[in-house]
Design a protein around this ligand. Structure first.
Ligand code: GLN
Length: 507
């Protein structure tokens, strides 16, 4: 096995047993990332700093110490602020911005103090910052102000977005795991497009402190890795109550790995999912769903059935409405959150300006890209006097009804399943001049986001052109353990998640 084939769990174990040193792993991955820079996955790296963290981790391992991810190299979506590495959110507005503190998720995964009086972090080594759509707005990672990201399965295709750098890096084995954020699908959809595993937990499970805000009532952090087991280990480290985030869920720390392994009552070795009822919303299998995606999703579902699950028909009647609802609420919140970028407090300031108003105008005109400007304008419009009731308030009411529809489904099933996206990854440039076409492709990820429910993308095969397809699993609130359990059972029985891009064979 090559060093870059080690996943999160395998790397942590090898470092703990001192079979592999974190320093060797970090230098190997650094060389590999440099060789594959054409992917555009990284926005910043600091090898010296990473090697220093790796040396500290190896010393901890030598003393028989260290957290659950001691020495494991990871990298963060550039939406998380980090000390010592630039934090840009993929925007010119924040080019070169240096944060004075680490996001809670970053601190908890890392090897130092977590800064909140809690135990030190899990011990992971930060290799760098990963490319993303500007302020996490996008579904293809073509909205980064710095460079597009390419899909390692086919360099002429998009990796998905907005956590495209994270997905591409993990799929190309530049990293065993990475962080992502998901506001309307940005962990699940790139995971699906790149053939990796990703979970967006219940809203509130991971702290948003230090996550550059897009739409605060939807933004949620989560892990992206090659298996459910790797995601479970990362999620245990990065989650938990944080008094610095007022919407953080007040619960004791969770061991998602133990929850993933918890056997179901009545389960047998051959049928670990015995008795699990999986609901298939009929609206998740519309005419417009690409045939290759449907075939792969059905193949994944057949495996789950073979493992003991029962498939039941359910309905989420307002699935289509989740698109207009999301594309009103998310821009509304974004227009408010992004008002802080005014040339005074952070980042870019126009060099050549007249009075204060002119400075604001020029700074924002220069600093934001076209998609961000579009959303600020939409958001400002739907919140303005006279339109608030017609759009924003109406969207809020529908959001509640979408959440209620899920609760009705969960009376008949334990999990919900369907596709993550209506097609496999598209060609670079496709949909770039048609924002609405890109918004429509978010149809299957938006409902769980609006409801605040946990959702996961699990590889379930390949579609046209050999491109990966993800199966989406959605659970009820705080049922990440149940999602991870089902995904892990599938991954023990199949090798969908073990496949890798042919271009990487022998690399
Ligand atoms: N594609 C969606 C959007 O553009 C979701 C992005 C996200 O989850 N951050 O808003």
């Amino acid at each position: 096995m090559k060093l870059h084939d080690l996943g999160v769990a395998a790397a942590a174990q090898a470092i703990r047993k001192r079979e592999v040193s974190s320093v060797d792993l970090v230098s190997h991955l650094h060389t590999r990332a440099a060789a594959m820079s054409a992917l555009g996955a990284f926005l910043a790296t600091d090898t010296e700093a990473a090697l220093a963290q790796a040396r500290a981790a190896d010393e901890r391992a030598a003393r028989g110490e260290g957290g659950p991810l001691n020495g494991v190299p990871i990298a963060h979506k550039d939406i998380f602020v980090t000390r010592g590495l630039p934090s840009t959110a993929g925007s010119k507005m924040l080019a070169g911005y240096a944060s004075p503190f680490d996001a809670t998720v970053v601190a908890r995964l890392g090897g130092g103090e977590t800064g909140d009086g809690a135990a030190p972090g899990a011990g992971a080594v930060t290799l760098g910052k990963l490319n993303c759509d500007e302020f996490a707005m996008g579904s293809a990672n073509q909205n980064s102000a710095f460079q597009p990201v390419r899909n390692p399965w086919d360099l002429s295709r998009v990796p998905g977005g907005s956590s495209g750098g994270s997905a591409a890096a993990v799929a190309a084995r530049l990293l065993p795991g990475a962080t992502g954020t998901d506001t309307g699908g940005s962990i699940r959809q790139p995971a699906s497009f790149c053939g990796i595993t990703g979970i967006k937990p219940t809203y509130g499970v991971c702290s948003r402190y230090g996550m550059i805000a897009f739409a605060s009532s939807l933004d949620q952090a989560g892990p992206m890795a090659r298996s459910a087991e790797d995601c479970a280990l990362m999620l245990s480290a990065m989650s938990g109550f944080d008094r610095r985030d007022a919407t953080s869920a007040e619960r004791p720390p969770q061991d998602f790995h133990a929850q993933m392994l918890q056997a179901r009552p009545g389960a047998t070795a051959a049928r670990p999912l015995q008795g699990l009822r999986i609901g298939l919303p009929r609206e998740f299998f519309p005419q417009a769903l690409a045939g290759d995606v449907e075939a792969a999703v059905r193949a994944g579902l057949a495996e789950l059935e073979r493992l003991g699950a029962t498939l039941v028909d359910v309905s989420l009647p307002r699935t289509e409405l989740s698109i207009p609802v999301y594309y009103i609420i998310a821009p509304a919140e974004a227009s408010s959150n992004l008002s802080r970028f005014d040339g005074v407090k952070f980042g870019h300031r126009a060099a050549d300006h007249g009075d204060l108003l002119d400075m604001y105008k020029k700074t924002r005109a220069q600093g934001f890209g076209p998609e961000v400007k579009r959303r600020i304008m939409i958001g400002t419009y739907v919140l303005s006097h006279g339109y608030y009731d017609a759009y924003y308030l109406q969207a809020q009411k529908l959001r509640r009804m979408i959440a209620d529809d899920f609760q009705a489904c969960f009376r008949d099933c334990d999990l919900i399943a369907g596709p993550v996206a209506p097609s496999v990854a598209w060609k670079l440039g496709d949909k770039s001049d048609d924002p609405v076409a890109s918004y429509l492709a978010d149809i299957f990820t938006l409902p769980a986001s609006l409801a605040g429910l946990p959702g996961m993308s699990v590889p379930c095969g390949q579609g046209e052109h050999g491109m990966p397809v993800g199966l989406q699993l959605i659970g009820n609130y705080f049922e990440e353990g149940r999602l991870l359990h089902a995904a892990h059972a599938l991954q023990l029985a199949t090798d969908f998640h073990g496949r890798q891009p042919a271009s990487l064979d022998g690399a």
